[in-house]
Design a protein around this ligand. Structure first.
Ligand SMILES: [Zn+2]
Ligand SMILES: [Zn+2]
Length: 256
């Protein structure tokens, strides 16, 4: 037992040695030193210019409410805001978080969600939020990845915003194929009825968190499940969204 006090410094030495021999590399530029360097963090683009007043997605010109929101789904959401544009180096960081087994990126990336939630628009909303929760992964995907990237983002942001976090009140009840390459209506069909919410959301205001917003089909399907289970209001915060295109082509957001 006398040797135990020495275990901790030894373990710490192990971490130092590992960092020395295999320094963390930036997910944006591959420079050694940190998982997302300051230079890449400063290159992350916030949403600017005209946006849809409802879903917050950037628009080529001032439209008020975007075409997608006018076409439906708007009634299930009170408000959605993406935080950043889905461009390099953030795109690489999200890729690292989702596919390269780098959950430590979530803590750094959650800062962009927090920054949006601290804007004046949300001042009256945040005190009403009962639960902050992520778009869920199917249990099989969760087992493969080991974590839900949106859950890590939401948990980190919730902690910093002083909100309650849960990942047990909204579940993905069936596997869906990747949304990549699907049209807006195909995306809607693909995720329809894929989610089920627990009775714990009845009469509650919830804030949904996702990593990337393209058509909003996934968020809308989640919101529908939450409203069906009795949630009185559903809001959305999303880490990133592709820049607007003039030809109406959907961004190339990665699969969940
Ligand atoms: Zn970098
Ligand atoms: Zn919109």
């Amino acid at each position: 037992m006398a040797g135990l006090p020495h275990v901790k410094p030894l373990a710490r030495l192990g971490v130092y040695l590992t960092d020395f021999l295999f320094p963390p590399r930036c997910a944006g530029c591959a420079r050694a030193g940190s998982v997302f360097c300051d230079r890449c963090a400063q290159a992350v683009l916030p949403i600017s210019g005209p946006i849809c007043a409802h879903c917050g997605r950037p628009q080529p010109r001032d439209v008020g409410i975007c075409f997608a929101c006018q076409s439906g789904g708007r009634e299930v959401f009170h408000l959605v805001r993406p935080a950043t544009l889905y461009t390099h180096p953030l795109r690489s960081a999200i890729h690292g978080l989702k596919y390269a087994g780098q959950p430590e990126l979530a803590e750094l990336l959650a800062r962009y969600l927090v920054a949006v939630a601290q804007q004046p628009l949300w001042q009256d909303v945040l005190p009403r939020i009962d639960w902050m929760l992520p778009v869920p992964l199917h249990p099989q995907r969760l087992a493969e990845r080991g974590y839900n990237q949106s859950g890590l983002l939401a948990a980190s942001a919730a902690k910093r915003l002083g909100l309650a976090y849960t990942d047990s009140l909204l579940l993905r009840s069936r596997q869906t194929r990747s949304q990549v390459g699907l049209s807006a209506s195909e995306r809607q069909q693909n995720v329809a009825d894929a989610f089920v919410a627990g009775a714990g959301v009845a009469d509650k205001c919830v804030l949904l968190v996702d990593d990337v917003l393209t058509t909003g089909a996934t968020l809308t399907a989640c919101a529908q499940a939450l409203r069906l289970a009795g949630a009185v209001a559903v809001y959305g915060l999303v880490l990133s969204t592709p820049a607007p295109t003039t030809d109406g082509v959907l961004g190339d957001a990665p699969p969940s």
